[in-house]
Design a protein around this ligand. Structure first.
Ligand code: AN7
Length: 329
């Protein structure tokens, strides 16, 4: 009854990176193609539908940005109020633009995502608002559908799934999806779940909360993930791993995706590829079917593009001037 067209995103075969790193069966799951530009829409549509069913008048979330953008859009679609709590100065401009455009009430707190989530939980306990963070079980029920789609698109589960980890809801949802599809007989195998955190915000890798998480990938700037235990379960049951990559590695992967594949992903999504690039130096991936989850669009965070060299020539509006500037005469 409620949809903005979420899901059924493309699975794109890597044309250049995969062959070069010795992983010819590398695919990108294009979750940036969802209606608000990130995977969050899969879960948000379910959480918001349930909020409508329960007769709620408002939804509430804490967010590093994409959850806020998605909540704001689906609230507008369903004529609900949306309150979004974000860390002040650490939300990418495109995401803030979306929350503003859809008319959400934006609360920018002096604190990080972990503070925002704590406050959102407290507010939800004393106001009749539906909390639509991934601690809401309907969110994971929606997000797991991406795993079903990957199996449908490949005809089998892949060998490995590389996925960025912030609050750790998505890796948990994918694992749930793969397990359920396997049990239902749609896949013979299960993938290894390969979670990737940013070095400065890697609580699961370090085994303890990070009080002051730091990374340019603001989407995964989380120090104490809510779904920590579920993510560990996904890692252990799948014989996978959760590793950290540096901001430098994230930026390199971001540039590669954009310039060698034509995929403009946001930095958090590039972290997944950075994790794969590192593994490809140590392991033979020539026979592995690998999927990297492109969780969000590069348009979300236009400021990061400044890290890439730009080819811009400023000229008079005259063909001779253009040819001169391009070194053609
Ligand atoms: C592009 O929007 O947490 O591990 O509040 O936006 O399920 O948190 C976003 C997370 C990866 C990490 N890639 O997923 C939020 C938020 C992108 C993201 C993640 C996020 P989780």
């Amino acid at each position: 009854m409620i949809t903005l067209g979420e899901g059924e995103t493309p699975l794109v075969l890597s044309r250049r990176i995969g062959p070069r790193i010795g992983c010819p069966q590398l695919y990108f799951k294009m979750e940036m193609c969802n209606p608000t530009g990130s995977f969050k829409d899969r879960g948000m549509v379910v959480a918001v539908a349930k909020a409508v069913e329960e007769g709620r008048e408002a939804i509430l979330c804490a967010s590093t940005g994409n959850t806020a953008a998605s909540a704001a859009a689906y609230a507008a679609h369903c004529a609900l109020k949306a309150y979004v709590i974000v860390p002040r100065n650490f939300i990418a401009r495109g995401k803030l633009a979306q929350a503003i455009a859809h008319g959400a009430t934006i609360v920018a707190v002096d604190g990080n995502f972990d503070d925002a989530l704590r406050l959102a939980r407290e507010l939800a306990s004393c106001h009749p608002w539906a909390l639509v963070n991934s601690v809401n079980p309907y969110r994971l029920e929606g997000q797991k559908t991406a795993a079903f789609e990957i199996v449908d698109q490949l005809g089998e589960a892949p060998d490995m799934v590389f996925i960025p980890v912030g609050n750790a809801g998505n890796i948990s949802a994918y694992w749930q999806g793969f397990v359920e599809y396997h049990r239902a007989g749609y896949a013979r195998q299960l993938p290894r779940m390969m979670g990737v955190q940013a070095e400065g915000a890697a609580p699961i890798v370090r085994g303890e909360p990070v009080a002051n998480p730091q990374t340019i990938a603001t989407a995964i700037r989380v120090g104490n993930p809510a779904s920590w235990q579920l993510a560990l379960k996904a890692k252990e049951e799948s014989k996978g791993a959760i590793n950290a990559v540096s901001d430098q590695q994230i930026l390199e992967a971001y540039a590669l995706l954009a310039r060698e594949e034509g995929i403009f992903a946001e930095p958090a999504s590039a972290a997944a590829l950075a994790g794969l690039l590192e593994l490809a130096q140590k392991e033979d991936l020539s026979r592995q079917v690998v999927v990297c989850i492109i969780t969000g669009s590069g348009l979300k965070d236009p400021d990061i593009v400044q890290s890439l060299p730009a080819r811009i020539v400023e000229v008079e509006a005259r063909i001779g001037a253009i040819e001169e500037a391009l070194g053609l005469r």
